[in-house]
Write a protein that binds this ligand. Structure first.
Ligand SMILES: [Zn+2]
Length: 476
């Protein structure tokens, strides 16, 4: 069965096939962050989902060309730049670095291209000029350039491909403000915004005078510059479907750069919202978390990733700290099995793919994700494997070669899940000292002291596992 994905363009699950099957390459674009603050976990739900889809495509042998834009000029950024007195590049550079560090924390593979809007001004201007030449863009009295939805429709193009709605009613809630006075039609949106005093030193020269690009045009210009006028996959949060993505389609197809019969994007894939404790995240409700907030609370990036990967991308996901705790326990079970396999396999080499045939575990896992990224089913396959492997380990029948083969299977599956290894636990010196006291007591056959020290360790959150190889500290 081929990979199947829900395509927002047709509101149905469809087979995924690349536009250029022979090229082996998949053009993959995901709308990136606006860099004026640290990203919150709602943003990162989308990026972790994008990472899962990319990894699964790679697992299936596709060469993914992953592009993510960095919006580094926008109203909120301009306000912050004015407030902080920093230069635009310095201000956005800090938050771009923070964003990339957070992606690393969550084990997301870095996109191959991270174009910044401010570095694509010539391409943006070119695209607007092209729309102007085709009569779809017009300059209004305020000096700004707008996209005419009426003219676009007049060319036989459809506005409203991703969502069925009343665009004019929606447009009133659009985040781009201050551009509603001079345009011909309320539904039109800004491609180029004429410079206003509040912009300070943030402006570029253009054929229409000083100004800056609108938000939507950035993504059209950068995606087509890096992936061509038609590409395979465009991802983003569902809140971006309208107007942002609809406008991307209008600008890109309105420019008429595609070959006849080819769309701007073949598959549009949207990730659903994330709630925290059943509510929309907000600073005033105290349920607003950045990745950094959770790390400061003692959670590891892989635990956050594990939780975010727990729900299907099209389902609203309710994030809770209790969920993170439960995730931590589930992950610990998985880690324990993997650690035992590593111990049992020793240095035995293993290459389960040498035969070219996936084991039933790897095959079932891949099939679950082929089914519109059914992560619940994929995790069920993983935890069935954990149970079955634990039983084999406990039965004592698992030889080194078989353990190594199972470990290699897990590593192959983990190329997609990206859980990585449990980070080496830092054992506090006081805990180490207690372990040594217990060893000494045991050696002296002073079992009362040994037991008392064990209780002390327990109170500190540690347990001792004794085996033939010696004693080992483990977190409770
Ligand atoms: Zn975008």
């Amino acid at each position: 069965m081929p990979l199947r994905l829900f395509n927002s363009l047709h509101r149905q699950v469809e087979d995924f096939s690349p536009l250029e099957p022979g090229s082996g390459s998949v053009g993959f674009y995901c709308c990136g962050p606006t860099v004026y603050d640290f990203g919150h976990i709602g943003n990162f739900r989308t990026f972790v989902f994008a990472d899962l889809l990319r990894r699964h495509l790679e697992f299936r042998g596709h060469r993914v060309n992953h592009v993510m834009n960095i919006t580094d000029v926008e109203d909120k950024i301009i306000r912050q730049v004015a407030a902080t007195g920093l230069g635009l590049a310095e201000f956005t550079g800090r938050y771009t670095e923070a964003f990339l560090a957070d992606l690393d924390t969550l084990a997301c593979r870095r996109p191959h291209h991270l174009p910044k809007a401010t570095e694509y001004i010539p391409q943006i201007i070119d695209l607007i000029q092209r729309l102007e030449r085709r009569g779809i863009a017009y300059r209004a009295a305020d000096g700004s350039v707008y996209f005419s939805i009426q003219k676009y429709r007049g060319c036989g193009c459809r506005y409203g491909q991703l969502v069925t709605l009343d665009p004019e009613a929606q447009r009133r809630t659009e985040r781009v403000s201050g551009d509603t006075y001079d345009k011909d039609d309320l539904a039109d949106f800004a491609l180029w915004k004429a410079r206003v005093p509040a912009d300070g030193s943030v402006f570029w020269d253009s054929p229409w005078g000083e100004g800056r690009p609108g938000w939507h045009i950035e993504c059209s210009a950068m995606s087509m510059a890096l992936l061509g006028p038609s590409f395979d996959l465009h991802l983003g949060g569902e809140d971006l479907a309208f107007p942002h993505h609809e406008d991307e389609i209008a600008q890109s197809e309105g420019a008429g750069l595609q070959q006849p019969g080819r769309p701007f994007v073949k598959h549009w894939v949207h990730a659903a919202h994330l709630l925290v404790d059943g509510k929309k995240m907000s600073k005033s409700l105290g349920n607003f978390f950045t990745v950094r907030d959770l790390v400061a609370k003692g959670y590891h990036g892989r635990e956050i990733r594990f939780l975010l990967l727990g729900a299907h991308y099209r389902e609203t996901f309710n994030f809770t700290l209790e969920g993170l705790e439960a995730g931590r326990s589930a992950l610990a079970r998985l880690d324990a099995t993997v650690a035992q396999l590593a111990e049992r396999s020793g240095p035995a080499p293993a290459s389960p793919t040498a035969t070219g045939v996936d084991s039933p575990f790897v095959a079932s896992f891949g099939e679950a994700l082929d089914d519109d990224l059914n992560v619940s089913r994929a995790w069920a396959v993983v935890f069935d494997w954990v149970r079955e492997t634990n039983a084999a380990l406990a039965g004592g029948t698992l030889g080194a070669a078989e353990a190594a083969a199972r470990l290699a299977d897990w590593r192959r599956v983990d190329e997609v899940l990206g859980m990585g290894s449990r980070p080496a636990e830092e054992i506090p010196a006081a805990v180490h000292a207690l372990l040594e006291r217990r060893q000494a007591a045991k050696a002296a056959r002073d079992f009362a002291t040994a037991d008392a020290v064990r209780a002390e360790l327990k109170a500190l959150g540690w347990t001792v596992e004794d085996s033939k190889a010696g004693s080992r500290l483990k977190r409770l």
